[in-house]
Design a protein around this ligand. Sequence first.
Ligand code: 5AD
Ligand code: SF4
Length: 471
Amino acid sequence: MKHKYLYINTIGCQMNVYDTRRIIAGLQAIGYHHTPDMEQADLIIVNTCSIREKAEQKAFSFLGRLASFKKKKPGLIVGVGGCVAQQEGKAILKRVPFVDIVFGTHAVGRLPARISEMEKHHQQIVDIEFADTIEPIRPSITDMNPPVSGFVTIMRGCDNFCTYCIVPYVRGREISRKPEEILNEIKAYADSGMREITLLGQNVNSYGKKEGLCSFSELLEKVNRIDGISRIRFTTSHPKDLSDELIQCFAALDKLCSHIHLPVQSGSNTILKKMNRRYTRERYLEKIEKLRAACPDIAITSDMIVGFPGETDSDFEDTLDLMKTVAFDGLFAFSYSDRPHAPAVHFTEKVSETDKKARLQKLLDLQETYTRAGNTSLVGKIESVLVEGPGKKQPATDSSVDVDENQWTGRTSTNRIVNFIWKENTLHGTPLTPGEIILIKINRALSHSLWGEPVHPGISSQNIKGEHYAA
Ligand code: 5AD
Ligand code: SF4
């Protein structure tokens, strides 16, 4: 039988990366081999994101580039999945008539059957039905290369309805997967060599509440007991639902990494209210204090939106002030954009593009000082680093850093990238394997990564938490 090939372009968040791996696994079962070569493909899929306007434009510009492929290879099947597919449905076929299949965020499990149908009948298909369960297709393990670190979706959808956000409309209501299903999936990954697992959900803190399953903290405890897994991360947490029980997990669970991503979105109480975030800046700051009390070296990162409708100079000053109070270790900052369905589309008092741009720049400049300071504070310390693999050959924007073929890369528990040299035959004797945790003395901080050198060559350590030791 002739081999069939699938090329897939993934845009957007980790949830899409996970879904892409499920798509690959599902289509493997009907004979498609995943290829990185678009020319070779019989089926091209774009897994789209619509969280902000720019991401949506990216999907359509990729589709534009496919017109010539389709002309050259008339049998080629073109599929559009993910959030833009869910949002636009059959309107995509009007805008890009050569698209063959549009499948929404809940249609990943049905995709193999849909593609088989398409191969037989060659009729355009739109499948954007919402389902009330999560289909049990697991991502393809062989496709994760190197398999040191991976994601597991524990829930999908969102019930929060922040007024700027499209997610509840394109991902549907919150549904949690059963703990046994999640744990079995993680055990299979651990057996295949994966060492770090990131639990994914739009709002992991409300895991299992609706269905009466165990709490998220209890789920973390269960994952912590899985042999072979040495690090656990999760994303994303909504500040209003961050419980004391979960905060204590950072002190109690040895495998839980010292990092939390806790999107705040704004430092102004007026704007937080208009965003329907259901916490105040004071409540947010209280949670930060509790997190730091439970885990003193925890890294805290966040998301921030500038230019939300009605944001005044004084509201923006409140945001800068909150950043100064918290000193985030990292920040993803976005300029507000109107999204279809989201209530803020109808809010008047839109902030001008010029003001948004200026505020974004001011915010990024301020953050840069904190990101750098956070990195610099680690110089001289010893960190436990999960080895991911050989480093990229063009690592340094800083030209004074030598590039060496023995360069490796890994991450600290606080999620900072660390580059280091490991010379198997001369310096360190033993070979290094991705997935090991080794101790590295940090000797240099760049703006977005660290450099260090392995200490006690040959001594590696599983399950060292993120604590660093003063050298
Ligand atoms: N405009 C700008 N940023 C947005 N985000 C979500 N919706 C919008 C929007 N309409 C940002 C939020 C969220 C992150 C994933 O994307 O900060 O946390
Ligand atoms: Fe969007 Fe708010 Fe839900 Fe996050 S919590 S996905 S920002 S609606």
